[in-house]
Design a protein around this ligand. Structure first.
Ligand code: GDP
Length: 396
């Protein structure tokens, strides 16, 4: 055998051995492939059938259907997958307080009824005024505003000679409206300087409804045809970022998030950056509200604000307060007020308390207006606050 013949023979042997091995590997590989119901197959099927409203998961004994792809289409780029969720059109914010007034009236009826019952008496003696005072205090109006309201009403009843219940009711309504203060500016500051987006920081104790508020606020803004970017800077609670992503997806709003346990300030920074780059109208940032120590909170929140402001100024700081926590919630809220300059309050869960007077106490204690109230767990149950509508619901 010549050298050349030897070489040819060696190559032939190698081809046979390698080929066999490769075939064995392929077989092994095939043998290790999961059964046809694997995730890839299901995903493939779903992309092939974008008209499915929900991913169709075949049952145990059902074979996933495959369609034969014509040879000339095999190398074509895949058509973009159809969006799997439909984007919702949220309800306009205007008029929501009127729509939800029944919930407010239901939970506050003891306050309104109590006040009207006392004022309806023929003889308004000292005991009656005291009772009025107690009713207001029990509804969390607070000592200062309660004394103020009773003194003013008492004077009016005497000076104006009010005797009939309807006149007394009108006087009470006027005084309550004055106490809630219709002159306060309750609009959101969303105008950044030089075309920068409005930047809203949402702060508050965990569990008050902060993340829910950010999600609902996005809906309010989308309903006003504003473009929005949300930031999940509560990186300590993985569920908060997921929760926010779901809110965002529902109305087609981008959500910026960081790694779990990552730096909240960098999420704030990235969110405003994305808002600037995409020309968004408003950026809303959710924050963590762990009240471990005041110093810790101060560091964290202060840093989120400072770092976000490297991109654009924060135009609105909304403090979320759970109305059912009463005076205790108010004290916690005061700590936040010392850490960041709060410009507005969102009072959540007002549907779950008969102590609607907290609206007055919050504004007095914190010196900032209530701008929104939460009146249920529904996506559009966040209503812009209005003093007159609120009082009318109380007295309904
Ligand atoms: P966070 O920890 O402050 O971010 O609180 P979440 O946004 O997770 O809300 C805590 C709970 O409060 C959730 O179950 C919300 O559905 C509920 N919640 C928020 N706002 C309201 C409201 O206005 N009314 C009622 N009844 N529940 C609310």
């Amino acid at each position: 055998m010549t050298n050349t013949e030897l070489l040819v023979a060696l190559i032939a042997v190698a081809v046979v051995v390698l080929g066999g091995g490769a075939a064995l590997l392929v077989r092994r590989g095939r043998g290790e492939l999961p059964p046809p119901r694997d995730l890839d197959a299901i995903t493939e099927e779903y992309i092939e059938h974008p008209e499915h409203p929900e991913p169709h998961l075949p049952s145990e004994d059902e074979e996933p259907p495959f369609e034969e792809v014509p040879a000339d289409e095999k190398d074509q780029p895949a058509a973009p997958a159809a969006p799997t969720t439909t984007v919702e059109r949220p309800e306009p914010a205007q008029g929501r307080l009127v729509r939800l007034r029944a919930r407010l009236a239901r939970s506050n009826s003891s306050l309104g009824r109590g006040l009207l019952a006392v004022l309806g008496r023929a003889d308004l003696d000292d005991a009656a005024w005291e009772e009025l005072e107690d009713t207001l205090l029990a509804a969390d109006v607070g000592v200062g505003p309660t004394t103020e309201l009773v003194d003013r009403l008492r004077t009016r009843v005497r000076v104006e000679g009010i005797t009939d219940p309807e006149a007394a009711r009108r006087a009470l309504r006027e005084e309550l409206v004055a106490l809630v203060d219709p002159t306060l500016d309750r609009s959101l500051a969303l105008q950044g300087p030089e075309g920068t987006p409005g930047v809203v920081l949402v702060v508050g104790v965990n569990g008050t409804g902060k993340t829910t508020t950010v999600g609902r606020l996005a809906r309010v803004l989308v309903a006003e045809d504003r473009t929005v970017v949300l930031g999940a800077a509560d990186t300590f609670r993985a569920a908060a970022a997921d929760q926010l992503s779901t809110w965002g997806q529902r109305v087609g709003v981008d959500v910026v998030r960081g790694p779990e346990g990552g730096d909240p300030a960098s999420v704030g920074f990235d969110t405003v950056k994305q808002g600037l780059e995409t020309g968004a109208d408003v950026v809303v940032i959710d924050t963590a509200g762990r009240l471990h120590t005041k110093a810790g909170l101060m560091d964290e929140l202060g840093k989120v604000k400072r770092v976000a402001e490297k991109q654009a100024p924060v135009t609105e700081v909304l403090l979320v307060i759970d109305a059912t926590t009463g005076q205790n919630g108010l004290r916690q809220a005061q700590v936040f007020g010392e850490v960041v300059e709060v410009t507005g309050v969102v009072l959540t869960k007002l549907d779950g308390t008969a102590k609607g007077g907290i609206v007055v106490a919050v504004q007095r204690e914190l010196g900032v207006p209530v701008k929104f109230v939460g009146l249920g767990e529904g996506a559009d149950d966040l209503a812009p606050f209005d003093a007159e509508e609120f009082v009318d619901a109380l007295l309904a």
